[in-house]
Design a binder for this molecule. Structure first.
Ligand code: NAP
Length: 248
């Protein structure tokens, strides 16, 4: 593929971890961000280094602009940026809208929406031919929740992912003539820690009977789609949103 740098936000666990490892296997130097789990982040770095890849881990809460600037600065030390995977995302405990606090909704939007847009801003400044860059790819993590709306669970999360879909379409058009492709993946029910983080560890397996393929997906199955979008095999794909959801 390339020896350019990819930034994977939330690269310490789950889909981000699998993506970081898959991207390194395809020749990217990898800069992962993580929120707080330094041990998990260092495990990803060690795994990549054990196969002669290059990786660094940077503590970066994407809800904090200063952290984002520091993440990109650290990545600049590795080499020219060629790709960004806007993976970091959060859910919240199951709640109906009438019970949601302003603080919860603001945090959901700050991490899932504003964080992704600010990371894309920094990536465009580095990759756009308009700014002297050589082009690149941005992959955003949406969710099938954007289509389903997640009623009685987390409508705020679903709305944040709907925003990611619109952002993907708009940014893709904005930078299409500047060498940058922008795409999103909408994962379905994927077997990661995110469900436990929302207070419902069995959620994915419990709902898997509703998936046409009758099973949950794995982080590797999402990572494989992401690294394909990063590759030249996807060279005519931009402003596109791909469901990787077993048909859900
Ligand atoms: P996960 O297993 O919960 O992992 C979350 C990762 O993001 C961790 O590396 C975590 O870092 C990091 N993170 C959490 N909050 C962060 C913040 N504020 N700033 C920066 N990093 C942060 O999540 P996942 O299931 O892999 O989900 C990854 C993405 O896919 C998310 O955008 C999610 O919405 C989307 N998605 C997931 C599913 C699913 O079923 N799993 C379905 C649809 C969409 P620490 O390790 O430091 O905590």
């Amino acid at each position: 593929m390339t020896d350019s740098v990819v930034i994977v936000t939330g690269g310490s666990r789950g889909i981000g971890r699998a993506t970081a490892i898959a991207a390194a296997a395809r020749g990217f130097k990898v800069c992962i961000g993580y929120a707080s789990n330094e041990i998990a982040a260092q495990e990803v770095v060690a795994t990549i280094e054990s196969t002669n890849g290059k990786a660094i881990a940077v503590k970066c809460d994407v809800g904090d602009e200063a952290d984002i600037l520091a993440l990109f600065k650290a990545a600049d030390e590795l080499g020219p940026l060629g790709a960004l995977v806007n993976n970091a995302g959060i859910v919240g405990p199951t709640l109906r809208v009438e019970d949601m606090s302003a603080e919860r909704i603001a945090r959901m939007m700050a991490v899932n929406v504003t964080g992704s847009i600010l990371c894309a801003r920094e990536a465009v400044k580095r990759m756009s031919t308009r700014h002297g860059g050589k082009g690149g790819v941005i992959v955003n993590l949406s969710s099938v929740a954007a289509k389903l709306g997640s009623p009685n669970t987390y409508v705020d999360y679903a709305a944040s992912k709907g925003a990611i879909d619109s952002f993907t379409i708009g940014l893709g058009h904005e930078v299409a003539a500047e060498g940058i492709r922008v795409a999103a993946i909408r994962p379905g029910l994927i077997d990661t820690d995110i469900h436990a983080s929302g207070g419902d560890p069995d959620r994915a397996h419990r709902l898997s009977a509703n998936v046409p393929m009758k099973r949950v997906g794995t982080a590797d199955e999402i990572a494989n789609a992401i690294v394909w979008l990063l590759s030249d095999e996807a060279s005519y794909i931009t402003s596109a949103i791909l469901d990787v959801s077993g048909g859900r």
